[in-house]
Design a protein around this ligand. Structure first.
Ligand SMILES: [Zn+2]
Length: 267
């Protein structure tokens, strides 16, 4: 780490992030449609024109083509640009905080999976099993890299799964409909691998808060369903990247709520 200075590390991470963001875009497009991933070359989803080297440069190709396909001139989904920009920024942030370390590499791949999950869940309301498996494998590497006891990781994964089942049951009993999808329940189990006891309550609190927020924003289906994956993904990303900040922030919110209730009751 000492050999590489901070601006160099941050720039390197940003470049790698934009390239993997481009790969993420391909997965976001192909995973829900179960399209072949490895052998099919990158192509325009509208006219199937194969992309050549200049069109494969992340971020810049979108900008200098003004968001249009080089062959058919049809508008490219702006998601392609935003996903690459978000991945580049997240990678740069992780490189800046954690340096050129093994943990930073794991965290970057976790962030990448969470971006893919968010984009797919927002559009198709599913969380592909491939992403869950990848996040599970990275979760094991995260346990190993952070030196967290394996037993705690396994117990918390079980707690996450049980909590998901409980929420699902609660919504069936209370609202008489299936509220929480199996994708969300599996994700809660995987998320358990990344958390520790102090992060459990903050994770539930922030994902719940953001779930309420996205429920208000996102376009609901006719049955009143909305994608809960993005809220879970964002809460997990915050907990994994800034654990100390999240725990103390949550503590302050709880203190504020307690103080506010005491003042209100005493009036
Ligand atoms: Zn095209």
């Amino acid at each position: 780490m000492e050999v590489l200075n901070l601006p160099l590390v941050v720039s390197l991470f940003a470049v790698v992030g934009s390239c993997l963001g481009s790969f993420a875009n391909m997965l976001i497009h192909r995973l829900p449609q179960e399209e072949e991933i490895i052998r099919t070359p990158s192509h325009c989803p509208k006219c199937n024109a194969q992309l050549k080297v200049p069109q494969l440069i992340p971020l810049f190709s979108y900008l200098w083509q003004r968001g249009k396909c080089h062959a058919c001139r049809k508008q490219i989904n702006p998601r392609y640009f935003w996903v690459e920009l978000i991945c580049a920024s997240l990678f740069a942030l992780i490189g800046g905080i954690y340096g050129a370390t093994f943990l930073a590499a794991v965290l970057c791949l976790v962030a990448l999976c969470l971006v893919i999950l968010t984009a797919i869940d927002l559009e198709h309301m599913i969380i592909p099993d491939e992403i869950q498996v990848a996040l599970g494998g990275l979760g094991l590497l995260h346990v190993w890299a952070t030196g967290k006891p394996w037993l705690i990781a396994i117990v918390l994964a079980a707690v996450g799964f049980a909590f998901g089942l409980f929420l699902r049951w609660l919504m069936v009993v209370w609202k008489k409909r299936e509220g929480l999808g199996w994708g969300d329940i599996k994700f809660l189990a995987v998320a358990g691998l990344y958390l520790d006891w102090s992060l459990l309550a903050p994770f539930c609190f922030f994902s719940g808060m953001m779930g309420i927020f996205t429920a208000g924003l996102a376009s609901r289906t006719e049955e009143g369903h909305f994608a809960f994956g993005p809220a879970l993904a964002l809460a997990l990303l915050m907990c994994v990247l800034f654990p100390v900040f999240i725990v103390s922030g949550f503590q302050q919110i709880i203190d504020f709520i307690v103080e506010f209730s005491v003042v209100t009751i005493n009036k």
